[in-house]
Design a protein around this ligand. Sequence first.
Ligand SMILES: Nc1nc2c(ncn2[C@@H]2O[C@H](COP(=O)(O)OP(=O)(O)OP(=O)(O)O)[C@@H](O)[C@H]2O)c(=O)[nH]1
Ligand SMILES: [Mg+2]
Length: 153
Amino acid sequence: MRRKIMVVGAGKSGKTSLVNILNDYDGPLRKTQDMIFGKYTIDVPGAYLENPWMYKHLISAAQNNAGHVLILVDQSDVTEIYSPGFAKVFRCPVTGVITKADVHPENRETCEKQLKAIGVDPPYFPVSLTERTGIDELKDHLREFMIEKDEDR
Ligand SMILES: Nc1nc2c(ncn2[C@@H]2O[C@H](COP(=O)(O)OP(=O)(O)OP(=O)(O)O)[C@@H](O)[C@H]2O)c(=O)[nH]1
Ligand SMILES: [Mg+2]
């Protein structure tokens, strides 16, 4: 199977909305309970971050299937959920995404500090799906994982 873009983040941080955009898919948003393999993506439920005993599953899924990991921080809710250095568990490249970049602009700096603390290097990608900003930049950054192949059809 092709390597996919794994998306991790807290519950309600906008993971499913983001994977839907990356997959050009327009589907319903329900709380995501299981890891969902999309065309280009793996949508990881927030529970994998919230329960340390589930980390090993997250890490092995990343090792087996991910070519890139997006670590999300939610600008509308800057509750700390990651442990320091969390990003270093991944062997593939990791990119920081600031979701809901339209909400609470005063939280931007806090989001950037959080990404730094968990071991993600800049540049960070602020994305607003309501204002449709930052999407093209992120898609361009991930373009090597978003190439249509025969196996997708
Ligand atoms: N204002 C704003 N709201 C957003 C944005 N992206 C997602 N949302 C909203 O945030 C809520 C949660 O989005 P989801 O994509 O379901 O988040 P999730 O992380 O997949 O949630 P769980 O699967 O329940 O953990 C929804 O009401 C979305 O419409 C954004 O860029 N701006
Ligand atoms: Mg979801």
